[in-house]
Design a protein around this ligand. Structure first.
Ligand code: SF4
Length: 292
């Protein structure tokens, strides 16, 4: 390696803070488009009213710069760090936490993190963020950030199927998960599915799938077909927007897969609510030549 790319921790904090505020106040174009398409298709009067209210809600958020929902979510970051990147002035966790802390104070955003799962002491600033790091080739730091609402997150599920249960078993697990979530996940939901990997990576695949643009079909035809089949079955459940009935229970099913053990078929489902908030930012540091 002839040079390194110096990324300052304070720049990471600034980028994360700006992104966390932005995603909490601006519904993504792909979600907006999916909601509008759902409204055009819906036949149920109550479902149409709720979809129209969600669209009006996001208009108000965008215009007034206020959060889309009172639950401003846990900050979850998936970070890809190029092998030439050197982070200067702090660790990645410190830098992301600082950005989240500043956004929560400045926006303000709701303090949604407790430091102890049983004592329930509120951290007051939504830290620590959840940070997942992968090392890749290159000179950039890419941060994908999600504000993950608790209602939808609570309804996630991991099932370790046997290979014999196959495609049919996968469809059953995903549809049952959405059915059992009912109104608790704040539908219409986006269904992230992780196939394969192992006990801890399948849920990561499911959450990672939720970062995909909903307008994109899966590049592998077999998985694109599986996504469409599950979406049709989920929408046939009749749960509808906010659980009041209708054909719009989910806006999309998004699958990520990975190799797995010959004896396993892990399936994880991670649901996102109608306030599906995520975005990304890319930082390219200052280039510095290494001494010979
Ligand atoms: S799950 Fe989503 S829509 Fe429901 S309360 Fe939480 S952030 Fe809001």
């Amino acid at each position: 390696m002839e040079s390194v790319s110096i990324v300052r921790a304070e720049d990471v904090s600034k980028a994360v803070g700006d992104l966390y505020r932005e995603i909490n106040t601006h519904l993504r174009p792909d979600v907006l488009e999916a909601l509008n398409e759902a409204l055009a298709r819906e036949e149920s009067e109550s479902a149409r009213e709720i979809l129209a209210a969600l669209l009006e809600n996001q208009d108000i958020s965008r215009e007034d710069g206020i959060p889309l929902c009172q639950d401003t979510g846990l900050a979850v970051a998936f970070v890809s760090m190029g092998d030439q990147v050197v982070l200067e002035g702090g660790t990645l966790q410190e830098a992301v936490d600082e950005g989240v802390r500043n956004a929560v104070a400045e926006q303000p955003l709701r303090a949604s993190t407790v430091t102890d799962p049983l004592e329930r002491r509120n951290a007051g600033d939504n830290t620590p963020a959840i940070v997942h790091l992968e090392h890749v080739r290159g000179d950039r730091l890419v941060i994908r950030l999600m504000a993950k609402g608790g209602g939808a997150e609570n309804m996630g599920r991991l099932c370790m199927l046997t290979p014999g249960e196959g495609r049919e078993g996968v469809v059953r697990v995903v549809v049952e998960t959405v059915r059992d979530a009912g109104a608790n996940a704040c539908p219409p939901v986006i269904v992230g599915v992780g196939l394969g990997g192992d006990f801890e990576t399948a849920p990561l695949l499911a959450k990672s799938a939720l970062f995909r643009d909903m307008g994109q079909r899966h590049p592998e035809p077999a998985l694109a077909e599986l996504e469409a089949e599950i979406l049709a079955q989920v929408n046939a459940l009749g749960i509808g927007p906010q659980g009041f009935g209708g054909r719009t229970t989910a806006l999309a099913v998004l699958i990520e897969q990975a190799p797995c053990h010959i004896a396993s078929l892990p399936v994880a489902v991670n649901l996102a609510c109608h306030s599906h908030r995520h975005g990304s930012v890319t930082l390219k540091g200052e280039q510095k030549r290494l001494a010979d």
